[in-house]
Design a protein around this ligand. Sequence first.
Ligand SMILES: [Zn+2]
Length: 256
Amino acid sequence: MQPLFEAYSFIFGLLIGSFLNVVILRLPVGKNLVSDRSCCPKCQAKLRWYHNIPVVSFLMLRGKCAFCQSPISWRYPLIELLTGLVSLWLFPAELSSLSLGFYLFYFAIACVFICHFFIDLDHHLLLDKLNIYLLVLILPFAVLNFYWMHWLLGGLFGFGVPLLITWLFYKIKGQVGLGGGDIKLFGLLGLLLGPTGVFFTIFLSCMVGAIVGMTLILTKKLNKDRPMAFGPAIILVASFQIFLPQFAHIVESWFF
Ligand SMILES: [Zn+2]
């Protein structure tokens, strides 16, 4: 039965990924997520149900709109496939109500991460709405964890340290370094990862951000008027810590 359940979890992930595409497109511009049927962004033709099958429709249509033939972004099938694979990766090897609960908890966090990642890339925004979803997910989990010093200190540290750095940066250079969304996200991650975990998130995401920023400057792909989005670096590092803890612990041990 296990392979069958795993196949279901992959298909479930693909379908949720299709919904995440809608969220990424519509949430930042305030459009309704469920009422309107999807349409082609070029010719505005309403899509039929068979144009909306995750990954399959993109391949069948050879990446082009069925009505106006304008190219469809490869990002849609990529996000669907990514969500499907994340669901499969997180699916428990042994089924119980507890393991399924953990699966749903971590999968929901992964879904918010995927939305944060791409919305921040497109709009330079880590939306409060998504941060509130994260808070609603993480806070009960953290409180049930009983080891309250862990999450309380983590939250204070995750929120306080980036806030302090931003304040100092502003005092010295007169520029705002980190956005409010970045600071809130660090605070939320602190609730989940604890003080040492979130210290690592802050440290490593700054390193990843610096490496990516430098690469973009060297390849002349960074627009000087529009600073680089920092959210994707935070999301990448936090995903590494949360979803691949066995590897993250190895990297953490290099530094501590
Ligand atoms: Zn079209």
